[in-house]
Design a protein around this ligand. Structure first.
Ligand SMILES: NC(=O)c1ccc[n+]([C@@H]2O[C@H](COP(=O)([O-])OP(=O)(O)OC[C@H]3O[C@@H](n4cnc5c(N)ncnc54)[C@H](OP(=O)(O)O)[C@@H]3O)[C@@H](O)[C@H]2O)c1
Length: 262
């Protein structure tokens, strides 16, 4: 095992539900102390109670990640309360399933604020500390970052931005022991698909997996020092197929979108 999570301090954003909650419990079971954050205190309390069974010093804070100017102070507080942070898991995110005709600049900026600017701000706030502790920076992107799905231009762009940021960071951090990790979930059964102000999901043709399917692939990726993981794994082959002929892939997606709406 290249990176042992036992005894590490892991800050996870968006840990009140879905993938973040499942990962938090997974880290705690590995013997890491977890720091949880999100807006809903009641949900965080439930997840914290489950994590404390395995990692009694784990903690939770309510924070609105859309308040970008507050994130540096939040990061400092989380670090002080946890006694330092080794692993930052940037998981919080919001969906946006809307065709371009009904997007506004405000919607697009809201999506970028949560999915791109907030993880970037947290990274900058904790970078020196993570470098000093030979830690890990994890970004939950999406298969949408690479696959240009219908009605997801703003969401896909925000996820492509965080993927590009993460990959460049690994290059810039080449003389440190920090490793970067990028997660590409496919279709995972979470609240993300039930939030208001989104078009209905429609038939993706892809099996919806339970959140537990995320845990071992993500923890294993970190422990093995691997750059990225797709869940399910076969999405990696789809990415490779797209980049062999992007125009053909987009053509196929147009056919798929037409079939979906007919
Ligand atoms: N589910 C999928 O199929 C799928 C696929 C690809 C990528 N992803 C990505 O996976 C990540 C987790 O999503 P999920 O599927 O687990 O959905 P989820 O259950 O809706 O979780 C989203 C989390 O983000 C938090 N969050 C949202 N806005 C926030 C804000 N302004 N401030 C603080 N926290 C905020 C939510 O907490 P509060 O509401 O309590 O604040 C929640 O804990 C996201 O980045 C998503 O884009 C999911």
């Amino acid at each position: 095992m290249a990176y042992d999570l036992t005894g590490k301090h892991v800050l996870i954003t968006g840990a009140s539900s879905g993938i973040g909650a499942a990962l938090a419990e997974g880290f705690a079971k590995r013997g890491a102390t977890v720091g949880l954050c999100a807006r809903r205190a009641d949900k965080l309390d439930d997840v914290l109670a489950r994590c404390r069974v395995h990692a009694p010093d784990s903690q939770a804070w309510t924070v609105d990640l859309a308040d970008l100017d507050g994130l540096s102070a939040f990061a400092q507080r989380a670090s002080q309360d946890l006694g330092g942070i080794d692993v930052l898991v940037n998981n919080a995110g919001i969906p946006k399933r809307k065709k371009v005709f009904s997007l506004t600049p405000e919607i697009i900026e809201d999506v970028m604020r949560i999915n791109y600017f907030s993880p970037v701000r947290l990274t900058l706030a904790l970078l020196d500390e993570v470098i000093g502790r030979d830690g890990r920076l994890v970004y939950v992107s999406s298969v949408a970052a690479r696959l240009s799905p219908p009605a997801e231009s703003s969401y896909s762009a925000s996820k492509a931005a965080i993927s590009a940021w993460a990959e460049c960071l690994q290059v810039d951090l080449r003389d440190t022991k920090v490793k970067i990790h990028v997660v590409y979930p496919g279709v995972i059964d979470t609240e993300l698909f039930h939030l208001p102000d989104n078009d209905p999901l429609g038939n993706t043709g892809v099996e919806m997996l339970p959140v537990d399917a995320m845990v071992e692939p993500v923890l294993g990726m970190i422990e093995r020092d691997e750059l990225e993981v797709a869940v399910p794994e076969w999405f990696g082959d789809v990415f490779a197929g797209k980049y062999r002929d992007v125009a053909a892939f987009i053509g196929g997606t147009i056919e798929f979108a037409r079939a979906q709406s007919s």
